[in-house]
Design a protein around this ligand. Structure first.
Ligand code: DAK
Length: 258
């Protein structure tokens, strides 16, 4: 499959999707989001891949929705074409872990896409913002919801109402990103992190991801109940037997992903 607005490659057991519209700081036009959707679906289907990375350039993860494409849309158009819903949210449907490796600007939809991923590794030049308010819009791809859950109401409200840029130190302090990495090392560190995850049992990685995600959707007691049921199901896998046997026998486990 050949793409025009993204690059895809596979390194080891890691699928890497690079947003690639350098002339527009990777702004999301319809074609780019279609390609992101197709590439993520292909990575999901590929049995060799155990973890996915979405990244951009050193200057921009993504500067958000393509304002030039969006400016002429009216209400009936965005409603009928299911703008955003149609092709922006595939990352949230992936069962394999998806890591956002963010350098430079992650603005508007760019920040929202990063938040759709399972965690964000950020370069020391990363900047996050929901600047839609400054162009007469508002976040439309989950920004008001995921930001509030991720960094709390006060900061989320301030970000969405002022459009201010958050630097990477603040983003790490408030839990938006999991780690800050020197820009030159971001890609390699993201690949190593993803490869480490890919080498664990795939079904157990997917179950763990599903359990953590449940924390966002339900009460504590229901979440713990869900976790317990999933935890019990782990004991039905070959990989649980192999992992524990390997520990007892003081050797490295060989997971068969079943
Ligand atoms: N869209 C289109 N083109 C963009 C762009 C964008 N978001 N961001 C940058 N570009 C283009 C610039 O126009 C410029 O192109 P040329 O003029 O050279 O042709 C090129 O990328 C380089 O940008 P700059 O020259 O501006 O570069 P600087 O380094 O000076 O500035 C910047 C970088 C990121 C600070 C600046 O480009 C910037 O402020 N960009 C816009 C960021 C922004 O506002 N993003 C949020 C977009 S809105 C919904 C409704 C709305 C939304 C979602 C849903 N529903 C109705 C459901 C909104 C979502 C958004 O993401």
């Amino acid at each position: 499959m050949s793409y025009e607005c993204i690059l895809t490659e596979v390194e080891g057991n890691v699928g890497i999707l690079t947003l690639h519209r350098p002339d527009a700081l990777n702004a999301f036009n319809w074609q780019l989001m279609d390609e992101v959707t197709l590439a993520l679906q292909a990575f999901e289907k590929d049995d060799n891949i155990g973890c996915i990375i979405i990244t951009g350039s050193e200057k921009a993860f993504a500067a958000g929705a393509d304002i030039k494409e969006m400016q002429s849309k009216d209400y009936m158009t965005v409603y009928k074409e299911e703008f955003i819903t149609a092709n922006w949210e595939e990352a949230t449907r992936c069962r394999k872990p998806v890591i956002a490796a963010v350098a430079g600007y992650a603005l508007g939809g760019g920040c929202e896409l990063a938040m759709m991923c399972d965690f964000i590794l950020a370069a020391d030049n990363a900047k996050f913002s929901q600047p839609e308010i400054t162009i007469g819009a508002m976040p439309g791809a989950g920004g008001t919801q995921r930001l509030a859950r991720s960094i709390g109401k006060s900061k989320a409200m301030e970000m969405c109402l002022t459009g201010r840029m958050m630097d990477v130190e603040e983003a790490e302090r408030c839990g938006l990103v999991s780690r800050i990495i020197p820009l030159a090392e971001l890609r390699e560190e993201a690949i190593q992190t993803a490869q480490k995850i890919a080498e664990f049992s795939r079904p157990i990685v997917m179950l763990t991801k599903e359990a953590v995600d449940r924390a966002y959707e339900t009460t504590l007691s229901e979440g713990v109940r869900f976790e317990r049921r999933v935890f019990h199901s782990v004991f039905g896998t070959e990989d649980q037997r192999e992992g524990m046997a390997a520990f007892v026998e003081k050797r490295k486990p060989t997971f068969k992903h079943r």
